[in-house]
Design a protein around this ligand. Structure first.
Ligand SMILES: [Cu+2]
Length: 140
């Protein structure tokens, strides 16, 4: 696993920690985690969506307004893109096989997206202000 892979693995672990903390206690804030990490990374993602097995994992994700979501391509030789559909849009992430791309969600609402190459490969990010919105754990 190279440096990039390690970075993603760390991001994933952080996302799961934040997710678990949100369920267990409102005392555990993302600020505490960031302070412990002590890494100056302004674009640090709050959550990671992995593109693997011709699917977005997780396919549904709820985040707080302003959260940065990293999309990580991890499907070997199978290319994917992230193309917004519906009323709420964000920038299209072009077709690729490797790497990551970060998106900051500054507005509230449900952002739906698909991979235009693979029918049925779809996901959504629900952005809100409250402790729980949408139908997934809140992170970021
Ligand atoms: Cu695809």
């Amino acid at each position: 696993m190279g440096p990039v892979g390690r970075t993603i693995a760390t991001g994933l672990a952080t996302a799961y920690v934040l997710s678990a903390a949100s369920c267990a206690s409102s005392m555990a804030t993302p600020e505490h985690v960031d302070a412990a990490a002590a890494k100056p990374r302004p674009q640090r993602p709050s959550a990671v969506v992995v593109l693997r097995d011709i699917s977005f994992r997780p396919a549904r994700l709820a985040v707080r307004r302003g959260a940065i979501v990293a999309f990580a391509w991890r499907d070997g030789d199978i290319p994917h893109n992230v193309t917004p559909v519906g009323r709420m849009r964000f920038r299209t992430l072009a077709t690729r096989k490797v790497g990551t791309a970060r998106v900051r969600f500054a507005r509230r609402g449900t952002f739906r997206f698909v991979c235009t190459i693979h029918p049925g490969m779809a996901g959504r990010v629900v952005v809100g202000d409250g402790p729980v919105v949408g139908d997934g754990p809140v992170v970021g």
